[in-house]
Design a protein around this ligand. Structure first.
Ligand code: ZN
Ligand code: ZN
Ligand code: ZN
Length: 370
């Protein structure tokens, strides 16, 4: 992994130079973990990687966190650690490490506003930008090791979906089912649970419904969208179930449309197609069947160290897909007051098509009372 971090740091520097950014300032979060393997928790004391477009990287850390930083891969990288004591001004210290001729500095997209503002105040002559435009170029093109990590996460969440019949049945509340799913997300190999959506009946018409105490009734459609993280990489997969032995007729009318649209979109993914073309493939099929107004969101989002990252599969995104890009294909149809359905797989662009990282059945699964 160390050589991979070295390579990422060099590519980040080259990308920064290309973008006219003189230095990247990266605080704890996914960008810092991506570049250095240092997965620190963001706290009020400033920790900040100073990565100039050319020259040596340094890591500003509170003195009490130096041992933790050294124990991370940072200890094996060519990064000098610059500690600061409780009474020092870490912002003045950080900007003192910028290249003398620097005109533009870019902070990571997740940096706390108070820290970004303090850096701006400490270097009033510099332009301040968000670093996302630079780092997205790296992070959205996954290495083989990253694709492997996503594969591991995808297989783990598939094992949870495969066990849904153990927990999802009429008479239980969404929250009860959700708790069992959360336990299984860990039991099947994730380090953490990122989210659990169990949206029954009319709740299924809200794409990001919260778990509720609603009792699931016999014959109701239930949207289950779940994800966790393994080794820093995320899983995210949605299946729609029937808590009974037969689907409501109006649901049975649109579910096959959704299934076909999702399949067509996954099959359309290949190098050179644009993100918006992939979105259009599914939207046209769903619209032709009369449900275009009910497909209320974009087709998908990139995934990696964060559940939602670049590239976004949405109208207006003319980005051409490349091997190594990983994202969700998750069209949905939502009938307010009645029910909804969504089918979501993570796919990775390969040299000549795409690999689906989620492979559980997308056919409607009936989970009868048994
Ligand atoms: Zn979502
Ligand atoms: Zn999802
Ligand atoms: Zn998703």
């Amino acid at each position: 992994m160390i050589t991979e971090y070295v390579d990422r740091l060099h590519r980040a520097q080259a990308e920064a130079a290309h973008a006219g950014v003189d230095a990247l300032l990266i605080s704890p979060g996914p960008d810092l973990a991506y570049l250095t393997g240092y997965d620190a928790i963001a706290l009020e004391r400033l920790t900040c990687l100073v990565l100039p477009a050319t020259g040596d990287a340094r890591l500003v850390v509170p003195a009490l966190e130096e041992p933790a930083a050294l124990a991370s891969p940072v200890g094996d990288l060519e990064i000098d650690i610059v500690g600061w004591q409780e009474t020092d001004d870490p912002y003045a210290l950080t900007v003192s490490l910028l290249p003398a001729a620097a005109a533009t500095m870019a902070v990571d997209d997740r940096m706390w506003a108070v820290k970004a503002l303090a850096l701006a105040q400490a270097a009033p002559a510099l332009n301040l930008e968000a670093a996302g435009r630079v780092l997205r170029e790296l992070r959205m093109r996954k290495s083989a090791a990253e694709v492997n990590a996503l594969r591991t996460a995808g297989a783990a969440i598939d094992r949870v979906h495969a066990r849904m019949g153990e927990w999802l049945r009429p008479g239980r509340t969404e929250r009860q089912v959700g708790r069992d799913i959360a336990d299984a997300i860990i039991a099947e190999g994730h380090d953490s649970v990122d989210f659990v959506i169990v949206a029954s009946g009319p709740n299924g018409a809200s794409p990001h419904a919260e778990l509720s105490d609603r009792v699931i009734e016999a014959g109701e459609p239930v949207v289950v969208d779940i994800g966790g993280s393994v080794g820093g990489y995320c899983s995210d997969s949605t299946r729609s179930y029937i808590a009974g032995n037969a689907a409501p007729p109006d649901f049975a009318a649109y579910y096959p449309v959704l299934c076909e649209a999702q399949r067509a979109q996954c099959e359309a993914v290949r190098p050179g197609i644009t993100a918006e073309q992939v979105d259009a493939v599914g939207r046209q099929l769903i619209t032709a069947a009369g449900f275009g107004e009910q497909f209320v969101h974009r087709t998908g989002h990139g995934i990696g160290m964060e559940t939602h990252e670049e590239p976004y599969i949405v109208a207006g995104n003319s980005l051409e897909l490349e091997p190594g890009m990983a994202f969700s294909i998750e069209p949905g149809i939502y009938l307010p007051g009645r029910h909804g359905a969504r089918i979501e797989d993570i796919v990775v662009v390969t040299d000549d098509g795409a690999e689906r990282l989620n492979t559980t059945s997308r056919e409607l699964t009936l989970l009868g009372a048994g």
